[in-house]
Design a protein around this ligand. Structure first.
Ligand code: MG
Length: 381
């Protein structure tokens, strides 16, 4: 099958409309004679819950935890194995139990399918998994890992991205006593940028503890912790003098008008996190926020994250790529899109002590991609 230029351009024009990776795939399929044939065999899906232990008690404005139960997926077909991961988050009504259930309910959608029709499979998953976005993410990540491995390329390469363009990642410091914050900041010496969790009644104390041991750039995440726009304005004006680069989700997600009010009065980018999950949430944020924090667990996977990036860029919003507490599976998945990001916060795997996988590594905040296809991860399922 060959297309003339006009036909090709008409196909390319549809990339934003729901055929995100088609041109890249066409190139692969046409130039590599060893590309696998249409596959219709049975897929085997295994699901496991693993307890990820946090190095330090993890506290944000909403809650505190010592471990997270994440859900892992192993997807095998034709001798190729793809891995996926879900990090259920109570903020979005998710649990490991419900996530496992949704994955089991949706797994038949992967049977007797050509996995290279991953766009079609994503649409089918979207129709069946309507809550527990992280369950969709686990399946989509496993599927895309499988596709990358079948083609023999890392996903960033499939999408035409240069890994050298990825910005450095920040390292997150959870809410703690001033003494522990100073300790954590010292432990994070190798990271050039820190992200500090606030949203409490002692935010000044937290930032002062950070500033007593480092003068490196910091970013601040209030996790919806400030309830009024006046409080948020006062805090942000103070943070500006503390060398803060940007503020993430200063007020509750639904208070978009208050954010717009705030944005007219502060000289610091405001980034949406809890206020945005999928592409459908993005248009209403224009004019209120300067950027959006895209996470695979909120979006429901890599394909939707890709779509969000294109839409946000078209609307003039900055791209932050973030994560939950996740192992190297989900972190390495998000890292594949890192060259698109203005700001990177992919440190979830660095906050746990028992990562069952290894993949993308971090040195001085810079992502180091392994020379392996798909997500580039290996480990124990
Ligand atoms: Mg956040």
């Amino acid at each position: 099958m060959k297309l003339n230029r006009k036909e090709f351009l008409s196909l390319s024009g549809k990339t934003l409309m729901g055929l995100p990776f088609f041109p890249a795939l066409m190139t692969q399929a046409w130039s590599h004679p060893e590309t696998p044939k249409m596959m219709t065999g049975e897929a085997m899906i295994e699901v496991k819950v693993k307890k990820l232990i946090l190095k330090h008690t993890w506290t944000i404005s909403r809650n505190s935890s010592d471990f997270k139960n994440n859900v892992f997926v192993r997807l095998e077909k034709d001798g190729i194995v793809g891995y996926g991961e879900a990090a259920p988050n109570v903020r979005y009504g998710e649990s490991a139990e419900k996530t496992v259930k949704r994955i089991q309910e949706a797994s038949h959608l992967l049977n007797n399918r050509d996995f290279f029709h991953y766009v079609e499979i994503k649409e089918a998953l979207d129709g069946v998994i309507v809550d527990q976005n992280c369950a969709r993410a686990a399946l989509d990540i496993a599927l895309m890992d499988w596709v990358g491995k079948a083609l023999g390329v890392p996903l960033y390469r499939l999408w035409g991205l240069n890994p050298e363009r990825a910005p450095v990642t920040s390292f997150s410091i959870g809410i703690d006593t001033p003494e522990m914050i100073r300790k954590k900041v010292k432990e994070a010496e190798a990271f050039p940028i820190l992200k500090i969790k606030v949203g409490t009644d002692r935010d000044e104390e937290i930032i002062q503890a950070v500033r007593s041991v480092t003068d490196k750039p910091i970013r601040v995440d209030a996790n919806e912790g400030w309830k009024s726009r006046e409080e948020a304005l006062e805090k942000i004006q103070w943070l500006k003098d503390q060398g803060v680069e940007f503020i993430e989700q200063p007020m509750p997600a639904e208070q978009i008008d208050d954010i717009a009010w705030l944005r007219e009065r502060v000289d610091m980018p405001i980034v949406a996190d809890e206020a945005v999950k999928t592409a459908a949430d993005i248009p209403r944020l224009v004019g209120a926020y300067d950027g959006i924090n895209i996470k695979l667990m909120k979006s429901g996977g890599l394909q939707e994250a890709w779509r969000m990036i294109q839409l946000a860029k078209a609307l003039g919003l900055k791209i932050m790529l973030g994560c939950m507490i996740e192992s190297s599976v989900a972190i390495s998945a998000a890292a594949q899109l890192a060259p698109y990001a203005d700001w990177l916060d992919l440190d979830g795997n660095l906050l746990i002590s028992n990562d069952p996988f290894s993949g993308v590594k971090v040195e001085q905040g810079k992502l180091i991609f392994p020379d392996r296809p798909g997500l580039g991860v290996e480990g124990t399922f």
